[in-house]
Design a protein around this ligand. Sequence first.
Ligand SMILES: NC(=O)c1ccc[n+]([C@@H]2O[C@H](COP(=O)([O-])OP(=O)(O)OC[C@H]3O[C@@H](n4cnc5c(N)ncnc54)[C@H](O)[C@@H]3O)[C@@H](O)[C@H]2O)c1
Length: 256
Amino acid sequence: MSGDFRGKRAIVTGGASGIGLAAARELARGGAEVWILDLEVPEAPGMRGVVADVTDHESLSRAFAEVGDVDVVVANAGVAKVAGLEATTLEDWERTIGVNLTGVFLTVQVAAAAMKPRRRGAIVVTASTNSYDGEPNLTAYNASKAGVLGIVHTVAGELGPYGIRVNAVCPGMIRTPLTAGSFSDAAVLKEYFRQIPLGRGGEAQEVGRAIAFLASDDASYITGATLLVDGGQMASKFGTWGEAGAEFVGDQWRMK
Ligand SMILES: NC(=O)c1ccc[n+]([C@@H]2O[C@H](COP(=O)([O-])OP(=O)(O)OC[C@H]3O[C@@H](n4cnc5c(N)ncnc54)[C@H](O)[C@@H]3O)[C@@H](O)[C@H]2O)c1
């Protein structure tokens, strides 16, 4: 468990699935009253939900008003579509930028308005290793994730004086519905995980815990920061694993 959230109220956008759901569970485990904002909100034990679309300011404002005073906001909702540059339609681009970048902008804007009068709060944005790296066939996604770091850096400066911290997690390859295609293909995993010192993909809970840490008082002097949760991927540009001394078994590399 990361953090003591007793007496705190948290909102997680895109909290119905994957990393958002894992973060919501961590926050709830720490004692927070957790609200999931998503396009569809399934029954999740110990959590409440409001249907909201992060691309729509009205929809978000209504949801925040329904929740009331909020201490923690996780701006996490995101989409990805794999397509080469020329195959990326304007519609793909606008959808991806709309959810991943405009959605984060609107969520942070509405969260700031709710938190400023109370002079406290913690906002965590789900960015990506793709905020830095140009993974092929993801132009719109990579642009959106690079963009959210611009929001985090700028807004941390604006909201610090109000006691509001703004940070980002940058997950690598994490097992969620978004990446189910890759995780079901051992050949893809074998090549991808060559670059990852820990030799495997991440689980949603491993990112959820990092989000909870940044949202918690344990991170009280951390703002404007990015926390990689990537098994060492960004530190290991030359790759780590090869057949000389290791083998790929199941879904991870192991030393022979
Ligand atoms: N899975 C990974 O490997 C990985 C790596 C780096 C970053 N991320 C980021 O983590 C975040 C969560 O991804 P995930 O892997 O858990 O995916 P996911 O598909 O499991 O969850 C995304 C959630 O966002 C919701 N959502 C989509 N559009 C929305 C909208 N307009 N309004 C409200 N909710 C909306 C979806 O309904 C879904 O519940 C995304 O921002 C994604 O880009 C994921």
